[in-house]
Structures are given as C-alpha cells and as structure tokens.
Design a protein around this ligand. Structure first.
Ligand SMILES: [Fe+2]
Length: 451
C-alpha cells in the first residue's frame, strides 16, 4: 500500500464508528402503530471493527456485527446486537472459538456484509472466501457452516432466490482463481452447483442479478493486487484501468464456457436492483453505478457518487446500452423479491450523504413511469437500506411494508422505521426507538417467523 495515495476520509468515525457493547433490550418504545402482520425479525449486518487504525482500516474488513429487531403482534419484542463470532472476535473477547470447519484451516474474520434466512436458518455472509457463519434465532453465533459441508469454494454476500424455482443463485470469487463461480443452493440451503466461469483475471465481483433464464456476471475493472496483499492489505483490490468492463449472460444451468459477454462503459456496480429478460433476447438490469472505485481511495468507495442506471445487455451483438434513470447519489437498491428476475415497477434506494453531511433521504422509484418520491426523515437523519416486506396475503407489489434503519446523526439514535409501500411519502407508519445508535452498515433482511 506504500504507493497508494492517502485516503481522503476514514471509515471508523461518525456514522461508521463501531459500538463495542452488545445489548438485549425488551419491549421497545414505538411511535405510531406497528402492523400486526409483521411477525419476524429484521436483521442487518455490517462492519464493526475492533480497535481499528483509522489510517488503514478498510471499510469492508471490520468484524461483522448483526443488529436485529423482533416484531410480533404489533409490538417490538426485542433489539439485540451481536458480533459475528469469527476467530478475530473470539480472540479479542477472550472467548472460546466458534465450532465448525475452517476453510483451508485458516482463521475466520469479517463475515460482515449480509445476513440472510436460507433453508429456515440464519446465515451471516460475506464475499471473497470466508465461509458462512450460522446464527441462532437470537443472533448468537452457532457455527462456521459452509452450508452443511456442501460449499467447497467461496460464497457471496448477495445470494438471490428465484421465486419460481426456490433455488438461490450467487456469483462468488477468490483471489487464487481466475474464474468466478456460479453457486446455486437448493431450498434447504445445500449447494447443488459451483460452476466456474473463466474471466482471465482475479476480480472483485460483489453481486449478481438473475432473470428467468440467466445469471449475470459483472466483470468490472476492480482486480486483485498481489503487491498490496504482500504489503499487508487485507482487501487488496483496486481500480484497473487496463481491464475492459463487460457483463456476462449465463444460462441458469448452462456450462460456464457458454457465457456470452457484452461490453459496457467502465465503472463499478456493487448492487443491481433487478434484471429481467426481454422477448428480443436482451436483458435489462437496473444498477447503481459508480464511475470509479478503489483508485485514489483504496479503503472504500469514495470517488464520485453512484447513480441509478438502466443497462440493456444484448448478448447477441455484445453491446450494452445505458440510460440514466436518476443521477442523485444513491445505493442499496431493493425490490419486492417475490418478483426477482421479472419486470418490477418499484425499487427503493438509500440516498448517500456526501462527506460531512448528515442528511440522506430514501428514494422510492416508479420504474415504469420514471418518477420517484423522496422520503425525508429530517435534516439530521439518514436512511440506510430499506427492504420490501409483503403484507399478509398480499399479491400486488406495493401491498407491502418498507422496513429499515434511520439514524438521527445529531442525537446518535437509530429507529427501525416502517413505511407503507403504497404511500411511502406519507411518512412512517411506525418507528421503533432503539434509543441507541446502530452504525451505518451494509445489508439486512426481513426474516418471517413463518417463512
Ligand atoms: Fe452489498
């Protein structure tokens, strides 16, 4: 890292400052009326570095901490936050190490990016090689668990379940490989496919999107740097101006060498909102795209701001056409996942606060009309990722709740906020007051008690 320019901000202070105390709070105060059909847990993962050095701490490598709120019968039954007990955490806390096989016998660290319910169990997950960590209902760590021993390689922080088949798809990578892997899990969270797709380099691939026919491979120019790794960087990936950007379209059960590539303008996509097939053989995918990442700032994405774009990928011609849907700074797109892989009308994104600014609204996009509404939580408040939770017995896309954390930066307090998806501009239906700050993190999910 000696030749890297100095980072322009750190990733351990302000809204990202870690919290060391683990708490369990019961019967939380609620403003408004919590919908009685919300029976389950909202759980979110994020980095919570232990004793970090601000000059060198990469945003993506802090120890994982999950924050969860249990809702039932119109009450907020509990809030808990728990470290994901990888080996770095148990060593720091002086606890026995977590059971479970280690990948290549190596210590576990930083399973910090997402937490999902698959096969009726709860998994903390991350990209780049660390195996999943299984958590209990109250978020205590149970085991390092590569899906019952069925996972051989890496996993991803972004699995996508196909609502038509119940199969879960991810694209995974590891620094030792010049391929990525299309990983598929069955409904019991057992790996049924790990198909390599040769990409001729060691890439960072954060997410994917699926359609009814295909899975997408985002081959974008952020690559592994052996010199940084040898110099001690724990996330040795950087912008690679030499490498073209392209999107691969691979049939959901097709051999990896049948992938078809289409060239796209350079940039980086952490998160697509959704994708779908069109009758003409093209694939439409909506993405939050950064112009550039990990070039001047190697510790986090901090160069320009991401905007919402629509890419139409034509695997026959090898071309991608792009259209800007919304040029405001935004990330963490989510949709009604009952419709994953098919055309959706609505997507919700979190506005990104610019450096030093507290304020960040939520954006609710109508992808059919191109309009959007902005949900503003106040001049000192910032929304984090919101998820779409279908109402009981609902079928239509907006017959749902939007659920996520909002932090008042001035008060250093976080609420779990519930909005009505058919009227988000009306403001919160309910706010669960945690009475403390949840550090800004990455991804969460609603985990119904009766999946
Ligand atoms: Fe992510």
């Amino acid at each position: 890292m000696a030749d890297s320019p100095a980072p322009t901000r750190d990733y351990v202070s302000g809204a990202l400052a870690p919290v060391m105390e683990e708490v369990a709070l019961d019967d939380l105060e609620v403003t408004g009326e919590l919908p009685a059909d919300l029976d389950g847990r909202y759980v979110r993962n994020g980095p919570n570095p232990i004793d970090p050095d601000p000059a060198t701490q990469h945003w993506f490598t802090g120890a994982g901490m999950v924050h969860g709120v249990r809702l039932r019968d119109g009450r907020a039954e509990w809030y808990r936050n728990r470290f994901v007990r990888t080996d770095e955490v148990t060593a720091a806390l002086g606890e026995p190490s977590t059971p479970g096989e280690r990948r290549d016998g190596a210590p576990t660290a930083a399973v910090n990016t997402n937490v999902v319910q698959l096969g009726g169990r709860t998994w903390a997950i991350v990209e780049a090689g660390q195996w999943p960590v299984r958590l209990g209902d109250e978020l205590d760590t149970e085991s390092v668990d590569p899906f019952g021993g069925t996972l051989r390689g890496s996993f991803s922080a972004h699995p996508h379940t196909d609502p038509r088949t119940g199969l879960t798809h991810a694209v995974a990578y590891h620094w030792t490989e010049t391929c990525v892997r299309h990983v598929v899990l069955d409904a019991d969270a057992r790996v049924v496919r790990e198909e390599p797709v040769d990409v001729g380099g060691s890439l960072m691939v954060h997410d994917t999107a699926i359609t009814e026919s295909s899975v997408l491979v985002f081959d974008l120019p952020v690559t592994f740097r052996i010199d940084d790794a040898l110099a001690g960087s724990v996330f040795p990936y950087a912008w690679d101006p030499e490498r073209p950007a392209r999107v691969g379209v691979l049939g959901l059960d097709a051999p990896g060498d049948s992938v078809r590539w289409a060239e796209v303008q350079p940039g980086y996509v952490f998160h697509p909102a959704n994708a779908h097939d069109r009758p003409d053989g093209t694939v439409v995918v909506d993405v939050c795209r950064w112009e550039r990442v990990f070039d001047s700032d190697r510790l986090g994405p901090n160069e320009g701001t991401p905007r919402l774009e629509r890419w139409t990928v034509d695997p026959a011609s090898g071309r991608v056409t792009t259209e800007v849907l919304d040029d405001r700074a935004q990330e963490f797109p989510r949709i009604d996942e009952r419709r994953t892989g098919t055309p959706v009308r609505w997507a919700v994104t979190a506005g990104l606060a610019t450096a030093g600014a507290a304020h960040a609204p939520l954006y609710h996009h109508d992808l059919q009309t191109g309009s959007s509404s902005e949900i503003d939580f106040g001049p000192t408040s910032a929304a984090q990722e919101f998820v779409v939770v279908p109402r009981d017995g609902s079928e239509s896309e907006d017959d749902a709740w939007l659920v996520g954390f909002v932090t008042d930066r001035a008060e250093a307090r976080t609420d779990l906020v519930v909005l009505a998806a058919d009227a988000p501009g009306d403001g919160p239906v309910a706010r669960v007051h945690l009475g403390r700050r949840v550090p800004d993190g990455f991804h969460g999910n609603w985990m119904p008690a009766r999946p």
